[in-house]
Design a protein around this ligand. Structure first.
Ligand SMILES: Cc1ncc(COP(=O)(O)O)c(C=O)c1O
Length: 490
């Protein structure tokens, strides 16, 4: 290891900082431009990377050049390359040039958007991007937005507000000592995301108080079944706390009818939360805007720009019809911030008042950079193109003997299945798992599988700006080859 000098402050010297920043820029550039040539999956086995480092923190520091070597030699072999254009798992990666630059700039600033005063620009840019997203998706302009890390945390906050309305003064008195009070219930489709379970656990409401509503033949919540469940529960003495509708469910991107669900929630005095974490983005396309019909009646809506609006992890937005409930629940100003807090102001809020988190990253910076660099038209044309790619892929599936769509095409998610005629469910399930495993192990493409009504299918989500027809053709060729090699009788 070469000798190196650190100034008395202990940080990098200006020279080492400058060289290292240039190096990381080159490193990121090289990574992004050679990504496609890499095998998508890691080459390591579980524990390999951790085993390369000692159990205790090394006492002596090392030059950044050594750190870079370790990054390449030890860390990089264990990366699953989400940004690869043929990585089609989950929703596709939302990384891109401006996003990457925005993350670097935010790290350089490292401000905390607790109050407007602790970072006026972080607060105001957050308000600006909240309004831009509302406008892009044509959501009600009166909604108030706040940024969290994930949709799971956004849901937790929405349900905390719903709980406060259902059990007055739970903030002050807690949940205990409520002898004889009704048990609260939350209703969501059987396709709703698992984050609901965690929220119910965190809020002390119990996962058993989630009522899973069946879905119709295209995986949308059956609204008659919802109403029947709520009537039955009321007769049994339960209290309806919330209904969660989903625009873009995780497996198939199915869309619950918010306009049909809203009056039912209202009839029972329940909070309506809309999980549009993935699917909200499609509303940027006027031709798909109908997915948001009825949204004005929602109490809260979550949209994850880190799923499909080209803002990298993490960036999740909770929109509220009436933010005062959430603010009243979480307003708690520590002594040392009393001088900074402004006592609510619509345009320059103290965002710390709207949730559990005090210190808050300058997440809006990367979103603002992405939105400025691409503009509204750029975002819309990418989403439209990704939808077109998904349509093409779905057509190839339906035009091929032995394959079927496992769910109607929705947004940019395609669920499809290899189903040789006459094969039993067990054979079909095993074949679809085997195809996914083989393709992922080969490293040229990546997809996942999911299970719909007990039957396994393959699933792709297109969200990476770098993904083109060529990448999908490549994946489809591999799927066909793998299905032939399985030698299942057709
Ligand atoms: C519909 C839906 N809601 C919520 C989530 C949770 O998102 P997050 O990882 O931001 O908590 C997901 C994740 O895939 C999802 O698909």
């Amino acid at each position: 290891m070469s000798d190196f000098v650190r100034p008395p402050t202990g940080d990098l010297s200006p020279a080492e900082l400058q060289v290292s920043l240039h190096r990381v820029a080159e490193w990121a550039f090289h990574y992004r431009t050679t990504l496609e040539a890499r095998a998508i999956g890691p080459s390591t086995q579980p524990g390999d990377i951790a085993a390369r480092f000692p159990d205790t923190m090394p006492a002596a520091g090392v030059p950044m050049s050594t750190v870079f070597d370790e990054l390449d030699d030890v860390v990089m072999p264990g990366i699953l390359h989400w940004g690869h254009p043929s990585f089609l798992g989950y929703y596709g990666s939302t990384s891109n040039g401006p996003a990457l630059i925005g993350e670097i700039a935010a790290a350089a600033l490292n401000v905390s958007a607790m109050t407007w005063k602790t970072s006026p620009a972080a607060t105001e840019l957050e308000s600006v991007v909240m309004r831009w997203i509302l406008d892009l998706l044509d959501f009600p302009r009166t909604f108030f937005g706040v940024v969290y890390d994930t949709a799971s945390v956004a849901l937790l906050h929405a349900l905390a507000a719903a709980r406060e309305l259902a059990i007055p003064a739970v903030r002050a008195r807690g949940l205990l000592h409520r002898e004889g009070a009704p048990v609260l219930r939350v209703y969501a489709s059987e396709q709703a995301h698992s984050s609901l379970v965690k929220a119910m656990i965190m809020l002390g409401l119990g996962e058993n108080n989630i009522v899973r509503i069946p879905t119709d033949d295209v995986f949308r919540m059956d609204v008659d079944a919802l109403r029947a469940a709520m009537i039955r529960d009321r007769a049994l003495g339960f209290q309806a706390m919330a209904v969660v509708a989903t625009i873009g469910t995780t497996s198939t991107a199915s869309v619950d009818s918010v306009s049909a669900i809203a009056p039912v929630a209202q009839e029972f005095g329940a909070w309506l939360h809309v999980d549009a974490a993935y699917g909200g983005a499609i509303a940027a396309l006027p031709e798909h805007r109908s997915v948001t019909e009825g949204l004005a009646a929602a109490d809260s809506v979550v949209v994850n720009p880190h799923k499909w609006l080209f803002v990298p992890l993490d960036f999740s937005v909770l929109y509220l019809r009436n933010p005062d409930t959430l603010r009243a629940l979480f307003l708690e100003t520590p002594e040392y911030l009393e001088g900074d807090a402004q006592r609510s102001n619509e345009t320059t809020p103290d965002y710390m008042d709207y949730g559990i988190q005090l210190g808050r990253r300058f997440r809006a910076l990367k979103a603002w950079m992405v939105f400025r660099a691409f503009g509204r038209d750029g975002l819309v044309s990418r989403i439209r193109e990704q939808r077109r790619l998904a349509e093409d892929f779905a057509e190839w599936v339906t035009a091929t003997d032995g394959f079927e769509l496992a769910a109607p095409l929705s947004m940019a998610v395609v669920c499809f299945r290899f189903r040789p005629p006459g094969a039993s469910i067990d054979v079909v399930n095993a074949a679809n798992v085997a195809i996914v495993q083989r393709i992922n192990a080969a490293g040229g493409a990546y997809l996942t599988h999911t299970t719909l009504r007990g039957e396994v299918c393959m699933r792709i989500g297109i969200g990476n700006m770098a993904t083109t027809t060529e990448h999908l053709v490549h994946l489809w060729t591999q799927v066909l080859e793998a299905s032939r090699d399985l030698d299942v009788p057709m």
